[in-house]
Design a binder for this molecule. Structure first.
Ligand code: NAD
Length: 261
């Protein structure tokens, strides 16, 4: 059978997709022909404009649906409102950095809710729709920190290790069906949030841009290059293709060699 990558006729729901990696993945899925549902917890004109721009650029249907991924009922309601969900990208995520004794309980709870529990709730709501459609892809955006650890990021690392485990269980529960579930594990990705940290880090270390990127930000990324949101999108498109139909329950690192160290 010929291997196809066209996603025409498929609907993709991408959580946390009004910026960064989620938006990059939504754009690449739309480029491959998928109709897309963007999401975040805000409801601004510019959020809806992102969907309109994607619809126009790629000639697909694109909508923006507000839903707070820290709330179980809103996670499930996002999938219900989408109406169809052939491709589910669990991407919404936040970070907080502090030593364990000082780590605020509310930050722990928020990170576990948004970075981990939301994926459980959206997956629970999406699997019946995928089964009805006879095809499905669940892609969880984990991290190199889903496979390795760093100090001071206890909640993030627990959540990202957790989502790798959830991906394996989802894969096993759907193994005999045309549904797959995998986790993408990015290293450091150049998102607007990361770009915004560069000037302050340059001041803090009294270094130029290239030196800060190479010797401070990318110390653990052997390629010494950021990954890009387009590369995350391309990896997601590959996982949705026929070529990846037997890839399930695993992790794909897009980390410039981070986890090879
Ligand atoms: P980002 O801040 O640009 O994106 C996070 C997205 O999640 C935003 O759209 C934000 O609005 C959304 N979000 C936050 N809280 C939400 C909530 N309660 N409900 C709904 N949406 C919510 O950051 P990013 O770098 O694009 O991160 C996206 C994902 O990739 C995260 O899961 C992050 O952990 C993961 N990741 C990022 C990197 C990196 O270097 N940037 C590396 C590894 C993994």
């Amino acid at each position: 059978m010929a291997i196809t990558t066209s996603l025409s006729g498929k609907t993709a729901v991408i959580t946390g997709s009004n910026s960064g990696i989620g938006l990059g993945i939504a754009r690449e899925l739309a480029r491959a022909g998928a109709d897309v549902v963007l999401n975040s917890f805000t409801d601004r004109e510019e959020d809806h404009a992102l969907a309109r721009d994607i619809a126009k650029e790629f000639d697909v249907t694109a909508r923006y649906i507000k839903a707070d991924m820290s709330k179980a009922d809103e996670c499930r309601d996002l999938i219900a409102q989408a109406g169809a969900c052939d491709i589910l990208i669990n991407n919404a995520g936040i970070q907080h950095v502090a030593a364990i004794p000082e780590f605020p309980t509310e930050k722990w709870d928020a990170i576990i809710a948004i970075n981990l529990s939301s994926a459980f709730h959206t997956t629970a709501a999406a699997l019946p729709l995928m089964r009805k459609a006879g095809w499905g892809r669940v892609i969880n955006i984990a991290s190199a920190h889903g496979l390795t650890a760093s100090p001071y990021k206890s909640a993030y690392i627990a959540a990202k290790h957790g989502i790798v485990g959830l991906s394996k269980t989802t894969a096993l529960e759907t193994a005999e069906e045309p549904i797959t579930c995998n986790a993408i594990c990015p290293g450091y990705v150049l998102t607007p949030l990361v770009e915004a940290q560069i000037p302050d880090t340059m001041k803090e270390y009294d270094m130029g841009r290239d030196e800060v990127i190479r010797n401070v930000m990318l110390t653990r990324q052997p390629s010494k290059e950021f990954a890009t949101v387009e590369q995350m999108g391309g990896t997601a498109v590959f996982l949705c293709s026929d070529a990846a139909a037997q890839i399930t329950g695993t992790t794909i690192s897009v980390d410039g060699g981070w986890t090879a160290l």
